[in-house]
Design a protein around this ligand. Structure first.
Ligand code: ATP
Length: 286
């Protein structure tokens, strides 16, 4: 089966800034992929490439097995998008916005939109400008899902929300994605949010994916090694940063260490801290 998204060696420059510098990643169909990175790492640029608003200088973009130079308007109709800043015509109600946005999407499903507003608890007849931030974000999700897109892109959608609203929004995304088999690409710098939602994770650093895999795989491959005396990584092991090393799970199981050495698995937060910094080892994808 084709991957929903496959980006290979993507490069994007803004003048002299290399926003994407050889970024590669793959997202399987039906997967919730958490795309983690610090400010300025290249997350928004990757989403702009996926939305067709920026073209890549080089590299390949494949959506559902179709290679393309730039994502076209027609392809974009199969992509739902929710960002942190939902801006609508403030005088329009959710019901009016639905009728307005429907004109751009041949696959728009009016009944589904009405159902989504009900399920997400968005009042259909209040002006969108006076809705709370959380309700506006849920309105954004309803507008994005009503055309039944096979791919949903989420650009830090919960960053303005309180923890309860964030949890509700994420639970909703997980259950809707499961119900419909939607592929979800979630860009965020909130590690705990991604850990709770994503089936696979990619960490982007300075325009490249520095590591990619299921959360349990990453925890299997990246560990902290503490020893009394200085210790160099043996063959097959890479020092990511300080005492955080990377190796295949099988190597970790087979390794023997000098007395006084401790080897500990790490929470995703620590893995992110090790891989998201500029001097982290790159290219550790699986
Ligand atoms: P954030 O989490 O802060 O939104 P990000 O991971 O989304 O960051 P990008 O917005 O993709 O990162 O930016 C990647 C790099 O490209 C940064 O160095 C940024 O300053 C630069 N950049 C982004 N947009 C432009 C632009 N229009 N012109 C020049 N440089 C840009």
């Amino acid at each position: 089966m084709n991957d929903a998204i496959r980006l290979t060696d993507l490069r994007v420059r803004y003048g002299r800034v290399r926003a994407l510098d050889g970024l590669s990643l793959a997202v399987a169909r039906g997967e919730i992929y958490g795309f983690l990175g610090r400010n300025g790492a290249g997350k928004t640029t990757t989403l702009r490439v996926l939305m067709g608003s920026v073209g890549a200088d080089s590299g390949t973009i494949e959506l559902d097995g179709q290679p393309m130079k730039r994502v076209s308007v027609a392809t974009k109709r199969g992509i739902g998008y929710v960002s942190q800043e939902q801006t609508y015509y403030p005088w329009m109600t959710p019901a009016q916005l639905g009728r307005f946005v429907a004109a751009f999407y041949p696959t728009w499903d009016h009944d589904e939109y009405a159902r989504l507003l009900r399920v997400l608890d968005v009042p259909p007849d209040r002006r969108s400008g006076i809705l709370s931030g959380g309700t506006r974000t849920k309105l954004g999700l309803a507008l994005a899902l009503a055309p039944r897109p096979p791919l949903l892109l989420l650009d830090e959608p919960t960053s303005g929300l309180d923890p309860v609203a964030r949890r509700e929004f994420n639970d909703m995304v997980v259950s809707m994605a499961a119900e419909r088999g939607t592929t979800v690409f979630l860009s965020s710098h909130l590690v705990d949010e991604v850990e709770g939602v994503a089936t696979r994770v990619g960490i982007v650093q300075a325009g490249r994916t520095s590591i990619e895999g299921r959360v349990d795989e990453l925890r299997d491959r990246v560990r902290r090694v503490r020893s009394g005396a200085p210790l160099e990584p043996p063959h097959g092991f890479t020092r990511v940063r300080g005492d955080v090393w990377l190796a295949d799970g099988a190597l970790w199981s087979a390794a023997s260490w000098p007395d006084g050495t401790s080897v500990e698995p790490l929470p995703l937060e620590e893995i992110f801290l090790a891989f998201a910094r500029t001097d982290a080892a790159a290219g550790a994808t699986s």
